[in-house]
Design a protein around this ligand. Structure first.
Ligand code: 13P
Length: 263
């Protein structure tokens, strides 16, 4: 299943950073930087995942300047509409041209007590609204020591894919909790081992075709200096980047790497 042609996906998860004015400056500068470097459109998909309050502004800018970045949200409600104060529904995101939504990030599992059931319901809410869920999974250091490198991620993804049809488009992101924002990056071999196991989960639940087309990303302290080593691995199709996605030159260098190595 490895070695299929899958467009690399470099996704910037801004988390709770950059207000809507900073977002405009960032997206414009990133676009110019990539253009200056003669970045080939289509060689890699660039995804921007800003806070909810930036999405309308970023959408307008991408549209007006014909900037070929994909847009996504960092979360969505399990509900479609109604008395859910503070929640944002998938249908609202779809109307703002969001193509993607991050679901089950470890920070939501940890700080907002999101269970596997909630994650699965959010995956369904995304698909209902035509959004591609970016399903995040990953183990803590204690879990890795207790149950090995793959068990937690495999269980989380299996639960998240419950009831998902075989023709659904999903993206999977392996983000070991111990590597997020710590500078303690997983080795490419460690990441490959789990990403291969996750592709097997997709094969087992959605079938071989889905496994061949589904992009599996690595996330956790990705930088311009280590992206190459991850992209060399057969089951890693891109990166979900946190801190380094907030620095234009650094994020551009991560994106540009793809073209230079011809992945
Ligand atoms: P860092 O790249 O800052 O480690 O964050 C990774 C992440 O959580 C992306 O979703």
């Amino acid at each position: 299943m490895a070695g299929m042609t899958r467009t690399p996906f470099i996704a910037g998860n801004w988390k709770m950073n950059l207000d809507h004015l900073q977002a405009v400056a960032f997206v414009q500068k990133l676009h110019w930087t990539l253009k200056d470097a003669k970045h080939e459109e289509g060689s890699v998909e660039v995804g921007i995942f800003p806070p909810f309050t930036d999405i309308r502004t970023v959408q307008t800018l991408l549209d007006a300047d014909k900037i070929p970045f994909s847009l996504g949200a960092q979360d969505l409600s399990t509900h479609e509409s109604g008395a859910y104060t503070g929640e944002v529904s998938g249908q609202f995101l779809a109307k703002l041209d969001c193509g993607y939504v991050i679901i089950g990030h470890s920070e939501r599992r940890q700080y907002h007590a999101e269970s596997d059931e909630v994650v699965a319901a959010k995956v369904q809410a995304a698909l209902t609204n035509g959004l591609v869920p970016v399903i995040c999974v990953g183990e803590t250091l204690e879990e890795r020591e207790e149950s090995g490198p793959t068990a937690v991620s495999v269980a989380q993804l299996t639960a998240a894919l419950d009831g998902v049809p075989a023709d659904a488009d999903v993206v999977v992101a392996y983000e070991p909790v111990w590597a997020i924002g710590t500078g303690q990056v997983a080795s490419p071999e460690q990441a490959q081992e789990v990403c291969a196991a996750l592709r097997e989960v997709v094969a087992g639940t959605l079938g071989a075709d889905a496994a061949a087309r589904t992009r599996v990303l690595y996330g956790g302290s990705v930088k311009s200096g280590n992206i190459a080593s991850f992209m060399r691995e057969p089951d890693i199709d891109g990166a979900l980047v946190g801190g380094a996605s907030l620095v234009v030159d650094e994020f551009a260098a991560i994106i540009r790497y793809q073209k230079h190595v011809g992945v």
